[in-house]
Ligand binder design. Structure first.
Ligand code: ZN
Length: 192
């Protein structure tokens, strides 16, 4: 498995209250018009354009009922019905679609949500994307702060990041001065 979103969370995280919804259905990953690989071998089950979600791809990992959606894309390089291998570049992220509350454009990001088997837009039918990526390849890791999974460099300050790294057992990613060791962080991207 490949984790496609190495810069972490930029907007709402899974289950968070949003301006327009009691609980965010997925995760808003930090992406800026970049090519994204298929996380696993999967079937492209849909390519659609929605007013809010913009250009959207639906993926179903082979052998699973799970459906993964990526929203706000700029380009989709594959077609519905295709089977794509893990690691194949399938889309370019973007900022398509418009905010439901204001109609304004989004800042570039990729909204990802996971569904047990059907896309119902009910939170109860979603799965936590972070849980999925816990099982990804060993050079990509998530670190944990209490019950929250944090990806990559998501922190509002260097001190905050250093603290998160330390608390999650990643002391080797913190310098003697108590700062994040960015060279080391960049190498692993995550640690659980
Ligand atoms: Zn979102």
């Amino acid at each position: 498995m490949i984790f496609p979103f190495k810069k972490g969370v930029i907007g709402y995280d899974y289950g968070q209250k949003t301006d327009y919804n009691a609980r965010h259905l997925g995760v808003d990953w930090n992406t800026n018009f970049e090519d994204l690989p298929a996380p696993v071998r999967c079937k492209v089950i849909n390519v659609v354009t929605g007013q809010e979600g913009g250009l959207t791809i639906w993926l179903q990992p082979i052998g699973e009922t799970r459906i993964i959606r990526w929203l706000h894309l700029n380009k989709v390089y594959v077609k519905a019905g295709e089977i794509v291998n893990e690691g194949r570049i399938i889309v370019q992220s973007g900022n398509s679609g418009h905010r439901p509350e204001t109609g304004a454009p989004y800042q570039p990001h990729t909204h990802e949500d996971h569904w047990k088997s059907k896309v119902t837009l009910n939170f109860g039918d979603t799965l936590n994307p972070h849980d999925y990526y816990k099982h990804m390849n060993p050079n990509v890791k998530i670190f944990r702060n209490g019950s929250t999974y944090i990806v990559g460099t998501e922190a509002i300050s260097e001190e905050g990041l250093a603290q998160l790294l330390f608390q999650s057992g990643c002391q080797d990613l913190v310098t003697k001065e108590g700062k994040p060791d960015f060279a080391a962080v960049n190498k692993v991207t995550h640690a659980l």
